[in-house]
Design a protein around this ligand. Structure first.
Ligand SMILES: NC(=O)c1ccc[n+]([C@@H]2O[C@H](COP(=O)([O-])OP(=O)(O)OC[C@H]3O[C@@H](n4cnc5c(N)ncnc54)[C@H](OP(=O)(O)O)[C@@H]3O)[C@@H](O)[C@H]2O)c1
Length: 291
C-alpha cells in the first residue's frame, strides 16, 4: 500500500487477532503510531511483538481493555490520554460473537454483554476520545458491522428487547448490536459535520477466523466454519479496507457512509436510515454511559 502514516496515531481495538491484528501490522508498516487495545495481556503482548517487528517509523504500544466493562474502557482511555494528545483515527474493531453463548449474560454495568461490547461501550469510548479527535482534526472514526446484516433486511432496534429480555439468540443479539453500530455511525456522522471528524462503517464479509478461536464450538458449527473458510477473505485482505478508510485522501470529507471491501459504497437496510430511531438509540445509549 502506498500511504505515508508517519506522525499519525491510530487506536484499534481487538488488535491481537484476525482483522485487527492484520490492520495493526499494515498501519505500523506505513509508519503510524499504533495503539493496540486488547483484552488479554498474554495475547496482546504476543501480538505487540509481532506488530513491532514490522513497524517502520512509528511506535507500537499495547493498552489492555475489556470492551464489555465501562470501568475498563474508562481506565484504558485515561491511560491513552496520559500519553497522547493526538488521535488521527479510531478503529472500533473488537466484537463479541461467541456462537457458544446460549443465554444473555449481564455485564458488571447491568447491560447484556453483546450489546455492551459491540455497541454501548463503543459509544462510551468514542465519547471519551471525542475532544482529542476534534483537536486532531482532520480525523476519522471507523466502526465495524457485518455483511450478514443483509440476511436481516427488516431488522430494527428493538427497544423492548435491548437486554435480550423477550427473546435471545446469539445471532440475533450480534446482528442487533451491529445494526446499532450502523445507526450510530450515521447519527454521529451528522452530529460531527463541520468538526473535521468523519465517521464511516465497514461491512465485513466472510473473513477467515483461525481454528484456535473456534475450538470450543460444537462440531456442526466447526463444519460450517470450515465450509465458509473456502470462500473467505483473509484477514489481511479485509484489513486493507480498514487502512484505506484510515488513510485514503479521497475520503477526507466523506462521512456517514457504509463500505464493503475493498472500497465499495453500499446501502444499509431501510430502518438504519430512520433518523428518529437513530436519535432514540442515541438517547437510550447515553443513559447507560452518561455517568
Ligand atoms: N470474520 C468474519 O467473518 C466477520 C464477519 C462479519 C463481521 N466481522 C467483524 O469483524 C471484526 C473483527 O473480527 P475478526 O474476524 O478479526 O475476529 P477475531 O479474530 O475473533 O477478533 C475479534 C477481536 O475482538 C476482541 N474482543 C472480543 N471481545 C472483546 C472484549 N470484550 N474486549 C476487548 N476485545 C474483545 C478479541 O479479543 P480476544 O482475543 O481477547 O478474544 C479479538 O481480538 C469484528 O467486529 C467482527 O464482528 C467479522
Amino acid at each position: 500500500m502506498k500511504y505515508d502514516l508517519g506522525n499519525k496515531t491510530v487506536v484499534i481495538t481487538g488488535a491481537n487477532s484476525g482483522i485487527g491484528k492484520a490492520a495493526s501490522m499494515q498501519l505500523a508498516q506505513l509508519g503510524a503510531n499504533v495503539v493496540m487495545m486488547c483484552r488479554n495481556k498474554e495475547r496482546g503482548e504476543q501480538a505487540l511483538q509481532d506488530v513491532r517487528a514490522v513497524a517502520t517509523t512509528g511506535s507500537v504500544e499495547l493498552i489492555l481493555v475489556d470492551m464489555s466493562s465501562q470501568t475498563s474502557v474508562r481506565k484504558a482511555i485515561t491511560e491513552f490520554l496520559s500519553g497522547h494528545s493526538q488521535l488521527d483515527a479510531l478503529i472500533h474493531n473488537a466484537a463479541n460473537f461467541d456462537l457458544a453463548q446460549k443465554k444473555p449474560i449481564m455485564t458488571s454495568d447491568g447491560i447484556e454483554s453483546i450489546f455492551a461490547t459491540n455497541h454501548v461501550n463503543i459509544s462510551l469510548m468514542t465519547k471519551l476520545l471525542l475532544d482529542t479527535l476534534k483537536q486532531s482534526a482532520p480525523s476519522r472514526i471507523i466502526t465495524v458491522a457485518s455483511k450478514g446484516l443483509m440476511t436481516y433486511p427488516f431488522l430494527d432496534i428493538e427497544f423492548d428487547n435491548m437486554q435480550g429480555e423477550k427473546k435471545f439468540s446469539i445471532n440475533h443479539a450480534y446482528y442487533h448490536s451491529k445494526q446499532a453500530q450502523v445507526m450510530f455511525t450515521f447519527y454521529l456522522a451528522e452530529r460531527l459535520k463541520g468538526t473535521g471528524v468523519t465517521v464511516n462503517c465497514v461491512r465485513v464479509g466472510n473473513v477467515a477466523i483461525p481454528d484456535s478461536r473456534l475450538d470450543h464450538l460444537p462440531k456442526f458449527l466447526l463444519k460450517i466454519y470450515a465450509m465458509k473458510r473456502k470462500f473467505a477473505l483473509t484477514p489481511e485482505k479485509m484489513a486493507e479496507t480498514y487502512v484505506w478508510l484510515v488513510a485514503d485522501p479521497t475520503l477526507n470529507d466523506v462521512t456517514g457512509k457504509y463500505w464493503d471491501a475493498p472500497d465499495v459504497p453500499v446501502k444499509a437496510n431501510k430502518n438504519a436510515y430512520n433518523r428518529e430511531t437513530q436519535q432514540r438509540l442515541w438517547e437510550f445509549t447515553e443513559k447507560f454511559i452518561e455517568k
